[in-house]
Design a binder for this molecule. Sequence first.
Ligand code: MN
Length: 718
Amino acid sequence: MLRINDIIDKAQTYLPPEDLEMIKKAYIYSAAVHQGQVRLSGEPYLTHPMEVAGILTDMKMDTAAIISGLLHDTIEDTLTTTEQLEKEFGKDVAFLVGGLTKLSRISFGSQEERQSENFRKMILAMSDDIRILLVRLADRLHNMRTLKYHPQEKRFYIAKETMDIYAPLANRLGINWMRMELEDLSFQYIAPDAYNELFAKVAKSYEARNRYTQEVKRIIYNVLKKNSVKCKVEGRAKHLYSIYKKMHEQHINFDEIYDLIAFRIILDSDQEKSCYEVLSMMHALWKPVPGRFKDYIAMPKANHYQSLHTTVIGPYGERVEIQIRTEKMHEWAEKGIAAHWRYKEGLNGYKDREDNEIKKLREVMEIQNEIKDPKEFMANLRLALFPDEVYVFTPHGDVKSFPRGATPIDFAYSIHTDVGNQCIGAKVNKSIVPLKYKLQNGETVEIITQAGHHPSKDWLKYAVTTRAISKIRNWINLEEKKNSLALGRDLLEKEFRRHNLKFSNFVKSDEINKVFDEYSVNGLDELISQVGMGRLSAKRVVNSFLAGETVSVEEPATNKIKKRKTASPSMGVSIVGAEDMDDVLINFAKCCNPIPGDEILGYISRGRGIIVHTNNCPYIKRTNKERIVNIEWNVREENTYPVHIRIVCDDIKGVLTEVSSIISSFDINISYAQVETTDMVAICNFIIDINNLNQLNQVLAAIRQLKFVKSIERLRHF
Ligand code: MN
């Protein structure tokens, strides 16, 4: 069992004495809060954070990371809070342990394998600081090393997760030794039979292979020595999982695998050139196998691994794989990103290497921000691998990725168009959020729908995915088309009727094709909707139709030709001369807020039907005359219209009550009332439901009678 002194012994080789005191303090703290807890192995729980800290010390991580290793389970498993950690160990540690706790709370559900990449990305995105991820990996590594104490079915699940998610993460960060160990440990539990068989075979040939390895190493070393190349030569058995993968991928037996051992030449020199020189010495010594040479120096792997790989025909006619690299390349190949916490050359030596190392790191991590202070950068290294993406869970535990800034609306449309269209709300981690809420990494999102609900134009402000935006637009366009078809038909019917003609006859006539040509429309629907959108006036269509017949189609000065009209009762207005307006969408303008009794005009909007304005509304005066239709009130008694009134009066007690009681005496509903008091005066705002102008005038007159009222007005928003 690892003891704190073992950790301190390792740490003091590269950390200052005051940091060692902090590590001891964290150990004492961890021991106290985990007191009494036991692992599945029967050992005290403390052994786990100790081992994790030990791994981090081996990786030569900084003090905050080691302390975070010792404390990584304290928030999750004890009564410790982030605030306590910050007080005892500072912001850095509290931040790291907080991040680790968030990560550990992610449950992976029963995901499809293809989603693993999304999981990996999510973990990366949630590791705001690269050290969070490194501690997490160390944590997982120790759990894998002690996996045998878990019940059988859990072992398989954890091993699979490690193989799918954590080993690739270690690989992405370039920490090769850890990737290999995680892979072999996972392999052992995922496919125990295959593992044991392979293990036995490799073990059986161990003696012979060892002798062989020594011999090849000696030959290589002698050749290089003769050429005065300073280097180390290593011969190492490949890890079991890579052998297993090779057998599977190439469909070969164990006996057919020759290169169980990878030989490695690590040059003292920093020169890339020397690697190529050594390569040609090897090719002179043994015949290269064609097509087996790989130049990862000129073309590094995605995780920035660099080396020359070649396979040659060895002393016994067998294939021998040789890797050639410099000491620096080797360090990167083994330790990857963790190599950056190495202080072995002392702080000065470390600083000299910074430039190059950080450049590499930036490439690997795709960090775009300009680095001003490299030390600060190292201390607070943020993972900016996927700055533009956010990863969230569905209620079933699947991961979905979205552009940053995505809202529940985007999420809803990613599930299904109907879910999007009928979305009325969302829950994030079980609590209700507004539709404009911006999703955060790791959240679980659930959409609330209601049959018959429709998207609104406002949603376009909150949606960021093209899918959601185009689906919302689609819906709005369809809706607008429906509206404009109904309105266009009404306008055309009315206009034809004014000339004692029937629109339906026109539709059946041959003349209609000429009209289509004249306005370049593709048929009746388009013609009607053009009229309904106000792009084409009904008058012009009739004129075109009558063109050959020299019938006067002068617009009458006023609408004298009032024919029978039936209003659409719910709307309260009808187009002068129109017969049936059931399908026409009517909206009341918010600027002038007309009520029955006001003189009104209709404005043909693009897709929102007719907008009713008052005659004197400045907006309607500015608009295109072609879009204006004559309309009139056609109201039922019970129709009410909201009117905003504002009363300025003395600031005395009971103003609101008195005004309210007058309004109520007219049997008028008050839907909103509010008083603001400033110096000396009170301003009362009411929204009241009014039947018509006459009634409004009566109420206003009655209120004006009150002696404390200074002024009263009907508010509009011109
Ligand atoms: Mn742990």
